[in-house]
Design a protein around this ligand. Structure first.
Ligand SMILES: Nc1ncnc2c1ncn2[C@@H]1O[C@H](COP(=O)(O)OP(=O)(O)OP(=O)(O)O)[C@@H](O)[C@H]1O
Length: 256
C-alpha cells in the first residue's frame, strides 16, 4: 500500500459543442476514502463520471488510477484492468434469476483473467464457480438480502434491486466504485440499509468510493470529504460540515 490517491484527476474538461459540461476540474480520492460529489442538476457530475470511467472521452485533462494513467481507456478496460467500476442512475438486474445467480453472473463477467475461465468441465472450473458462489453468499448477507435470496430479482422492490446491483459490483473485488445517485428512488426504510452496505464494503473490503448523491444527510453521514460542482466547475471542497456552512454552496445548491 502506498500513499498515492487511488484516483487522481487533473484539469478535466468536457465540452459538448458550446456547452462546457466539465470545466477544468481537479479531484482526488484517497485510498480507502468515501468521497462525495454534489451539485445542482446540470452541474456536470454525470459527465465527470463518464469521462473518468471511459464512457466519454475528455476534451482535456488526465485521469490516474492507482498511479497509472488511464486517460482514454475504454469502460471495459478500466473495469477489468483497473478494477474501477461505476453504477448508473438506472438499475439493471437479471429479472428472472434469483439474487445468488445474479451475483455469480456478475462475477463471471468480471472474473480475472476472463469469463471463460469459469466455464468448462473439470475440477478447476467447478472450484472457480464454487468460490464465486461463496463470495456471492457473503455479499448477499452484507447487503441484507439473505431472507429474499431465492426470489427472482424482478419481483423485488427498486431499492432491493439497487442492493443487488451494488452487491454485484463487489463480486470482482474492485478497488474503487463510482456510484451515481445510489439513493435515488429508494424507500426511506431501505436507505439506511444501502448506507450500511457501502460502509461495510469500505471497512471490510477496503473499497474506496466516489459518490454522487442529492440526499445531503446520506452524504454527511458517509463522506469525510465532499466536492461541489457548479456549472462544470469546482465550487468548493471540504468536510461535510464546511460544505453545509459554505455560503456559495448554500446559494448555488442547498437553498440559501
Ligand atoms: N451528451 C450530451 N450532449 C450535449 N450536452 C450534454 C450531454 N450530456 C450532458 N450535457 C450537458 O452537460 C451539462 C452537464 O450535464 P450532467 O448530466 O453531467 O449534469 P449532472 O450534474 O449530472 O445533472 P443531474 O444531477 O441532473 O444528473 C448539462 O448542461 C447537460 O445538458
Amino acid at each position: 500500500m502506498n500513499g498515492l490517491p487511488i484516483l487522481d484527476i487533473s484539469g478535466l474538461c468536457k465540452s459538448y459543442g458550446a456547452v462546457r459540461a466539465v470545466d477544468w476540474v481537479d479531484l482526488h480520492v484517497d485510498r480507502g476514502e468515501i468521497c462525495g460529489l454534489i451539485g445542482p442538476n446540470g452541474s456536470g457530475k454525470s459527465t465527470f463520471f463518464d469521462c473518468v470511467t471511459g464512457l466519454a472521452r475528455p476534451s482535456a485533462g488526465a485521469v490516474k488510477l492507482d498511479g497509472q494513467d488511464i486517460t482514454g481507456w475504454s469502460l471495459n478496460d478500466i473495469a477489468r484492468e483497473g478494477r474501477m467500476l461505476r453504477s448508473f442512475q438506472k438499475t439493471v438486474v437479471f429479472s428472472a434469476l434469483d439474487i445468488e445467480e445474479n451475483l455469480v453472473i456478475a462475477g463471471q463477467m468480471f472474473t480475472f483473467p476472463g469469463i471463460w475461465s469459469t466455464f468448462g468441465i473439470g475440477a478447476a472450473a467447478r472450484n472457480r464457480v464454487a468460490a464465486l458462489r461463496e463470495r456471492a453468499r457473503e455479499l448477499i448477507r452484507i447487503a441484507g438480502l439473505w431472507d429474499v435470496r431465492f426470489q427472482p430479482a424482478g419481483k423485488l422492490s427498486g431499492g432491493q434491486q439497487k442492493l443487488i446491483q451494488f452487491a454485484s459490483m463487489l463480486m470482482p473485488e474492485p478497488k474503487l466504485i463510482l456510484l451515481d445517485e445510489p439513493m435515488a428512488g429508494i424507500n426511506p426504510k431501505l436507505i439506511e440499509r444501502v448506507v450500511e452496505s457501502i460502509r461495510l464494503a469500505n471497512t471490510s473490503f477496503g473499497v474506496s468510493f466516489l459518490i454522487i448523491e442529492h440526499n445531503i444527510d446520506v452524504v454527511t453521514s458517509l463522506c469525510k470529504r465532499v466536492v461541489v460542482l457548479d456549472q462544470g466547475r469546482k465550487l468548493a471542497e471540504g468536510t461535510p460540515d464546511e460544505i453545509v456552512r459554505n455560503q456559495a454552496v448554500r446559494e448555488a445548491y442547498l437553498g440559501g
